[in-house]
Write a new protein. Structure first.
Length: 247
C-alpha cells in the first residue's frame, strides 16, 4: 500500500493509456467512504518493528476496547428498555426500524467473495514502478463500490461491516479499518443476488483496470460465488470526521 501520510495514493490507470502517453500522477475515482481514520496518537511501533507483531498487538488492543464499548452499549439499551414512557417507546420503535438499513443488524445470504493480494515478490522488470505490484486503497474501494452498485445489501472487508461513514486508510503495507490494521490478502464479501453482483463488477471501469493490472503484473484476484455470506452488524463508531462534496 502507499503511505497515506506521505500524500494521496497513486490511482491505477488503464494499461492502454500507459502505452499511449507517459503517466505521472492520477487521482482515485469514486470514493465509497470517507478516509479520515487515524491512529488517534498511538505509537504503532512501540517496542518492536516487526510488522506482523505490531498488527496483532494493535488488533488485540482494538478488540479489547471494542468489548468495553459493546458492554456499555448493552447497559444503555437495557436501561432504555426499562423506561416506561410513550415518547421513548415510539422513538425506540423508530430506531429499531432504521437499524437494518443503517447496517446495525446482521445480514446473510448468497453473495460474492473477492480476494485481492499483492503480486509475488519474484515479479520484477527493469525500471518497473513497485507501486504497480501492490493493492491500493482505491482498488479496494473500486470493488466495494461495484458490489453496492450491483445491488449488495451488505458489504464487508476483512470481516468488518462497511457503512456510509466507514473510513479506510493505507499506512505502509497495511490498511487501517476502524482503527484495526490489516495486511494482504484483502477479503471483500458482498451479500446480494450473485448475477447482479457480477454485473456490477463488469460495469465498473476501475474494476476492469485492476483486472488488466492483475493479468499483466500478477496481482492477486479471486472472485467466488458463495451460497451464504454473513455480514455481521456494524459495531464501530458512526461519527463522521471528514467529508467532501463530490461533483
Amino acid at each position: 500500500m502507499t503511505d497515506q501520510d506521505e500524500g494521496p495514493a497513486k490511482a491505477r490507470t488503464p494499461l492502454s493509456w500507459r502505452v499511449a502517453v507517459p503517466v505521472t500522477t492520477a487521482l482515485a475515482g469514486v470514493l465509497f467512504v470517507t478516509s479520515a481514520i487515524s491512529s488517534e496518537g498511538d505509537d504503532l511501533r512501540q517496542e518492536t518493528t516487526d510488522l506482523p507483531t505490531l498488527v496483532e498487538q494493535r488488533r488485540e488492543k482494538v478488540a479489547a476496547q471494542q468489548q468495553v464499548v459493546d458492554d456499555l452499549s448493552a447497559q444503555i439499551a437495557s436501561l432504555t428498555d426499562e423506561v416506561d414512557n410513550a415518547e421513548v417507546a415510539k422513538a425506540r420503535k423508530e430506531t429499531r426500524a432504521l437499524r437494518a438499513p443503517a447496517g446495525f443488524t446482521e445480514v446473510s445470504g448468497p453473495g460474492l467473495r473477492i480476494v485481492l493480494e499483492d503480486a509475488p515478490r519474484e515479479v520484477d522488470e527493469p525500471g518497473l514502478d513497485p507501486n504497480l505490484l501492490v493493492v491500493h486503497q482505491q482498488d479496494i474501494q473500486a470493488f466495494v463500490n461495484a458490489l453496492w452498485e450491483g445491488g449488495a445489501t451488505a458489504v464487508t472487508l476483512q470481516g468488518q461491516r462497511l457503512i456510509s461513514t466507514t473510513g479506510i486508510k493505507c499506512v505502509g503495507n497495511t490498511v487501517i479499518l476502524n482503527g484495526v490494521p490489516y495486511s494482504p490478502p484483502y477479503v471483500i464479501e458482498g451479500v446480494g443476488p450473485v448475477d447482479d453482483l457480477y454485473a456490477g463488477l463488469a460495469r465498473s471501469g476501475a474494476v476492469q483496470t485492476y483486472r488488466d493490472y492483475a493479468e499483466r503484473y500478477q496481482l492477486g484476484l479471486a472472485i467466488t460465488a458463495k451460497d451464504e455470506v454473513v455480514a455481521p452488524a456494524f459495531s464501530g463508531s458512526v461519527d463522521l470526521q471528514h467529508a467532501e462534496v463530490l461533483g
